[in-house]
Design a protein around this ligand. Structure first.
Ligand code: KIV
Ligand code: ZN
Length: 385
């Protein structure tokens, strides 16, 4: 069984999102919760970006006991030095440094050459190693970098002492087969790569961040970079809750993580509240509707046996129970079930009468609530008396 390190970047890539900025206290609260959740690495921030982020990384380093605390930097000496200073409080510090490796980044953003990128990568890793043992290198836009050149860059940073090799699909461009093949290519062509951790950091521009991360581990990566609720630049990062549950439910013969899945929903809600960023209702694992059933056919199945329409027990991810939502598409079984939850066991005659009134109400609103059921109950008491 292979252990997969969960590298959480909610407080860095997630917090970069417009409107998601956290103050220091919010960052500390969430960092503690992420450690309780069982993530292995917390990317606490980008220390050179602001004095506030520097202080937050420093304090998170002080309070986190077991997880590695990581700070981001560009492949720039001053960034690296400031990241090292901020991380000096951490029991397990990691500097995360790197630069763009795709032609688009090299030519249009960095305005440099491939040779100079390799030189800068070596310089950044060597300099970071003068402060800490654990140095992660990111090849930004690796998803669009040709594999031969990427292997050259990665070989150079392995030789320079990088401990973790981050292969980001920064623009969410890859297909899962391509991401998997990229990791396999690196494993086959970079000498000494087996001594390092290979990491995948996938963005969700085409909705493939989770699939690409899974393809990454199936081809040799042993670290996934992800965020709670999948928040992150543009369409977001790979969702922590999704990869954790995929590993737990579908890949548990091969892989495992240290995440306590029962904390996924509580912490998802805390992240959402602290950031003021709603979770979409149909979001896998943590969305409001992830365990809600509203059509009569599904409700009938779930009431008879939960696993007819649910592959995960909601309690396993910290949700009390599945929800039977009453709408105009619901059937008699669901109505009887909800009455039973209110302590009312309807007879067949009462149920027929209740269902008639129910459909009238249901057609006029999105969902029928307990107060509506009380009204229905009073009406059928009269009707069947
Ligand atoms: O998406 C990306 O490439 C990043 C790097 C800074 C790791 O966030
Ligand atoms: Zn990113």
């Amino acid at each position: 069984m292979t252990h997969i390190d969960i590298f959480d970047t909610t407080l860095r890539d997630g917090e970069q999102v417009p409107g998601c900025k956290l103050d220091s206290d919010q960052k500390f609260r969430l960092a503690k919760r992420l450690e309780e959740l069982g993530v292995n690495i917390i990317e606490a921030g980008f220390p050179i970006s602001s004095p506030g982020d520097f202080a937050a990384v420093q304090e998170i380093g002080r309070i986190i006991k077991h997880a590695t605390v990581c700070g981001l930097s560009r492949a720039v000496k001053e960034d690296i030095k400031v990241a090292a200073e901020a991380l000096s409080t951490a029991r397990r510090p990691r500097i995360h440094t790197g630069l763009g490796t795709s032609d688009s980044h090299i030519v249009d953003k960095l305005r440099t050459t491939r040779e100079k990128v390799i030189e800068r990568a070596i310089g950044a890793v060597s300099y970071a190693k003068s402060f800490v043992e654990d140095v992660e290198f990111y090849a930004e836009d690796a998803g669009r970098t040709d594999n031969e050149f990427l292997a050259k860059v990665i070989q150079a940073v392995v030789n320079a002492g990088a401990t973790v090799l981050n292969i980001p699909d920064t623009t969410g461009y890859c297909l899962p087969e391509e991401m998997g093949a990229k990791i396999r290519f690196l494993k086959e062509h970079v000498k000494g790569i087996d001594k390092c951790t290979i990491s995948v950091h996938c963005h969700n521009d085409l909705g493939l961040a989770t699939a690409n991360s899974i393809a990454g581990i199936q081809n040799g990566a042993t670290q996934i970079e992800c965020t709670m609720n999948g928040i992150g630049e543009r369409a977001g990062n790979c969702s922590l809750e999704e990869v954790v549950m995929i590993i737990k439910h579908r890949l548990n013969q091969e892989f495992y993580t240290d995440v306590n899945s029962r904390l996924l929903n509580p912490i998802s809600r805390e992240v959402s509240a602290e950031m003021g960023m709603a979770v979409q209702a149909n979001k896998a694992i943590v969305g409001e509707n992830a365990f809600a059933h509203s059509s009569g056919i599904h409700q009938d199945g779930v009431i008879k046996a939960r696993d007819t329409y649910e592959i995960i027990d909601p309690q396993e991810v910290g949700v009390d129970k599945s929800m039977i939502v009453l709408t105009a598409r619901s059937g008699r079984a669901a109505l009887a079930y909800r009455f039973k939850e209110l302590g009312i066991n309807l007879t067949k005659r009462e149920l027929d009468a209740a269902y008639k009134i129910f459909l009238e109400i249901a057609d006029s609103k999105k969902a029928v609530e307990d107060e509506d059921l009380n009204v229905i109950w009073k009406n059928i008491e009269v009707a069947v008396a």
